[in-house]
Design a protein around this ligand. Structure first.
Ligand SMILES: [Fe+2]
Ligand SMILES: [Fe+2]
Length: 222
């Protein structure tokens, strides 16, 4: 009996060629603009990384509000998980994060989440004005950072849906958590600033920064 030809045994990338990736060729063939996607992923990874940094400061200045600190910590650690999840994908697609961290921070796709009352991070809180950060002003910064993240990952989902299942799956996992984060901070800003009840459906994570969608045991994501 004649052996049937194996349809996927060979393709455009010659056997043994290490300069091209079938994983890139296939999503390109399905309509993904890979160089454009890579630029967006690097900007998005930069935003997750810088947000993780700034949330560290914001959490510190929620001193005295243990509940807010804990929720800020979940959002902070989950942003680190988002950075860890998406960065290997940049390399799989043949890209790299910048070699200079300053460049990485500057090209982040979302604004710096400065501590309120620091003149965009230029001085100590309240210096010269006596107006240090309040819990409400910090929660507002957190809320707008989450909103930028939702816009970012929604765009990545749009660019990859039906064409690049791997990037789409990662972006959708991250988006799931960003949507939760926005809801948490709407609830908290609403009560803290306006005295209005707007429930988010949130109760605490099982452990700080659990990242139920993006930190999946199936991934290497410490
Ligand atoms: Fe994030
Ligand atoms: Fe977030």
């Amino acid at each position: 009996m004649a052996t049937r030809a194996k349809k996927h045994a060979t393709g455009k990338v010659p056997a043994g060629d290490l300069t091209q990736r079938v994983g890139v060729e296939q999503i390109d063939a399905r309509g993904v603009n890979v160089p454009e996607l890579l630029e967006k992923l690097i900007d998005a990874a930069g935003a997750e990384f810088t947000t993780y940094y700034y949330y560290t400061i914001l959490r510190m200045y929620l001193a005295g509000n243990e509940d807010y600190k804990e929720i800020c910590e979940d959002a902070r650690l989950e942003d680190r998980a988002h950075f860890e999840l998406i960065t290997p994908r940049i390399y799989e697609l043949g890209g790299s994060i910048p070699y200079d961290i300053r460049e990485f921070a500057d090209r982040a796709g979302c604004p710096d989440a400065y501590l309120p009352g620091t003149g965009d991070g230029k001085h100590a809180p309240g210096e010269g004005t006596g107006q240090g950060p309040t819990a409400a002003s910090i929660l507002e910064v957190l809320l707008e950072a989450e909103r930028c993240a939702i816009r970012t990952w929604s765009e990545v989902c749009d660019l990859t849906f039906g064409k690049d299942p791997r990037t789409y799956d990662m972006a959708a996992r991250i988006l799931n958590e960003e949507v939760e984060h926005e809801a948490w901070f709407i609830e908290l800003v609403s009560m803290e600033r306006d005295g209005v009840v707007r429930p988010s459906g949130h109760f605490r994570r099982g452990a700080p920064g659990e990242a139920p969608y993006s930190k999946n045991a199936g991934f290497y994501n410490p």
